[in-house]
Design a protein around this ligand. Structure first.
Ligand SMILES: *Cc1c(COP(=O)(O)O)cnc(C)c1O
Length: 407
C-alpha cells in the first residue's frame, strides 16, 4: 500500500490562518517575514511531486508507515460494546506519531536551504524525534529544554546527544517547557536565515497549525482506507488524546466531511478540577476552571490562565498532555460541536494503560492511555454493531518509571 500524501485540501484555515475566531498570527514584527517565507515554501512544496515522493519514502522506509489498524478483539470482548480498532502509531520509529511531522518539516527545512533546526521539548519526546530526523537529513540540531525537565528526563537528554543534537538547558523561570519555548524563539529570531524552527504540535502562529496537521493527517487517511477494507464502511466513533492536538487532528481530519463519524478528544483531567490540577482547556462544561480564549505562542485559542491573565500552571501525569493551550483548530471544532472534548483523570489513565497491556499486549504511552480510558467509560453505552477507531499515539516505554510508581 502506498501512503497518501499530504496536501492543502482543507477549507480551513482561511488566508489569515484563522479557524473561525481562533488561530492567526500574533508575533513580533521580526517573525512576520520568516513566517511568510515558511508559508510560501510550504505551498511550493505541496505543489511539488518530488517533495511528496521524498516524504513518502522516508515515512515508509525510515519511520515504518503505514502503521497497522488492528482489530482489538479481546478489548472488544471485554468491554462488551462496539468493535474496537487500534491505529498503531506506537509502532513508528522513535515510538510515537511525532516523527510524521518532524520528517515533513525536516524536508521543508532542507528545501528552504536551512542547515539547522531548532526545537523546544518538555519531556523530550519531540526533542528526540527532531534530533532523529536531523541526523537522518544531515541537519544540525539545537534543542531547548528547561533544566528541571532535563533532570526529570535524563535518558531523553542522553538520547538527543547521542543523536548529535546540542541540548541547551534553560534555567529561567519555572525551568520547564514555557521557558524553553522563549529561548527557542529567541534563537530563531537571531538565526532565522540559517535555521528552521521545528514546532512539535498544531500550535504556534500561522502556518504552523496547518503544516503540522497536514503532516499528521496521514494517520486518518490510512485509517479510513484500512477500515473501509476491513469493515466495508466508515467508523461511528474516533478516539484520540489531545495535548497540543496533533495526533487527534491527524486522525480526525480525513473524516471531518463524514457527518456520521463522531469524534472525541480526551484531555488530561489530572487530579482535580481547579486551576493548576489539570490540563482540560476545553473542559468548562465538565466543571474544569481556568480556560478562556487568549494568545499563547503566537496563536489565539483556549488557554488556561489566572484571573489576571497569567499563564496558569497545569498538571498531568503524562507530559505530552501537560500544556496550557490547545491547537486553534480544536477550539473551533469544539465551538462548532463537530468534535467533542472530554477528560479522564491521571488514575483512570493508569488503569487504562494496565488494561490495554494485559488484554491486548500493548503498553501504551500515558498520553494514549487517556484515549483508552475515555473509551472504556463510554463503550458500555454503545451498540455491538458500532465501530470505534482509537489512536494509540505512542508506546509506553518512556513511562515505565512513572507507571512503576503507581502499578
Ligand atoms: C507528544 C505526545 C502527545 C501529545 O501531543 P499531540 O500534539 O496532542 O498529539 C500524545 N501522545 C504521545 C505519545 C506523545 O508523544
Amino acid at each position: 500500500m502506498t501512503s497518501p500524501t499530504p496536501s492543502i485540501a482543507s477549507p480551513v484555515p482561511d488566508s489569515r490562518g484563522r479557524y473561525g475566531p481562533y488561530g492567526g498570527r500574533y508575533v513580533p514584527e521580526t517573525l512576520v517575514a520568516p513566517l511568510e517565507e515558511l508559508e510560501r515554501a510550504y505551498a511550493e512544496a505541496c505543489a511539488d511531486p518530488a517533495f511528496h515522493a521524498g516524504l513518502d519514502a522516508l515515512l515508509h522506509d525510515f519511520a515504518g508507515r503505514p502503521t497497522p489498524l488492528q482489530f482489538a478483539s479481546r478489548l472488544t470482548e471485554r468491554l462488551g460494546g462496539p468493535r474496537i480498532y487500534l491505529k498503531r502509531e506506537d509502532l513508528l520509529h522513535t515510538g510515537a506519531h511525532k516523527i510524521n511531522n518532524c520528517l515533513g518539516q525536516g524536508l521543508l527545512a532542507v528545501r528552504m536551504g536551512k542547515k539547522r533546526v531548532i526545537a523546544e521539548t518538555g519531556a523530550g519526546q519531540h526533542g528526540v524525534a527532531t534530533a532523529t530526523v536531523a541526523a537522518r537529513l544531515g541537519l544540525s540540531c539545537t534543542v531547548y529544554m528547561g533544566t528541571e525537565d532535563m533532570e526529570r528526563q535524563r535518558l531523553n537528554v542522553f538520547r538527543m546527544r547521542l543523536l548529535g543534537a546540542e541540548v541547551v538547558g534553560v534555567d529561567a523561570g519555572s525551568r520547564t517547557l514555557k521557558d524553553a519555548i522563549n529561548e527557542a524563539m529567541r534563537d530563531w529570531v537571531t538565526n532565522v536565515r540559517t535555521s528552521h524552527y521545528l514546532l512539535g504540535s498544531v500550535l504556534g502562529a500561522h502556518p504552523y497549525p496547518q503544516i503540522v496537521r497536514d503532516f499528521q493527517k496521514i494517520i486518518g487517511e490510512e485509517a479510513r482506507e484500512q477500515i473501509l477494507r476491513a469493515e466495508k464502511r466508515l467508523p461511528d466513533h474516533l478516539y484520540a488524546c489531545v495535548g497540543g492536538g496533533s495526533n487527534s487532528i491527524g486522525l480526525f481530519h480525513a473524516f471531518l466531511g463524514d457527518a456520521g463519524v463522531k469524534m472525541v478528544g480526551i484531555e488530561a483531567g489530572g487530579r482535580g478540577k481547579s486551576l493548576g490540577e489539570h490540563a482540560a482547556r476545553l473542559g468548562a462544561a465538565h466543571g474544569f476552571t481556568g480556560a478562556r480564549p487568549g494568545v499563547l505562542q503566537g496563536t489565539y485559542t483556549y488557554v488556561l490562565q489566572t484571573a489576571d491573565g497569567q499563564i496558569a500552571p497545569t498538571h498531568s501525569i503524562s507530559a505530552g498532555l501537560d500544556y496550557p493551550a490547545i491547537g486553534p483548530e480544536h477550539a473551533w471544532l469544539a465551538d462548532l460541536g463537530r468534535a467533542e472534548y472530554t477528560s479522564v483523570t491521571d488514575e483512570e489513565a493508569i488503569d487504562a494503560a494496565r488494561t490495554l497491556a494485559r488484554i491486548e499486549g500493548i503498553i501504551p504511552a500515558l498520553e494514549s492511555a487517556h484515549a483508552v480510558a475515555g473509551l472504556i467509560q463510554r463503550a458500555p453505552r454503545m451498540k455491538n454493531s458500532e465501530i470505534v477507531i482509537l489512536n494509540v499515539s505512542g508506546r509506553g516505554d518512556k513511562d515505565m518509571e512513572t507507571l512503576s510508581r503507581y502499578v
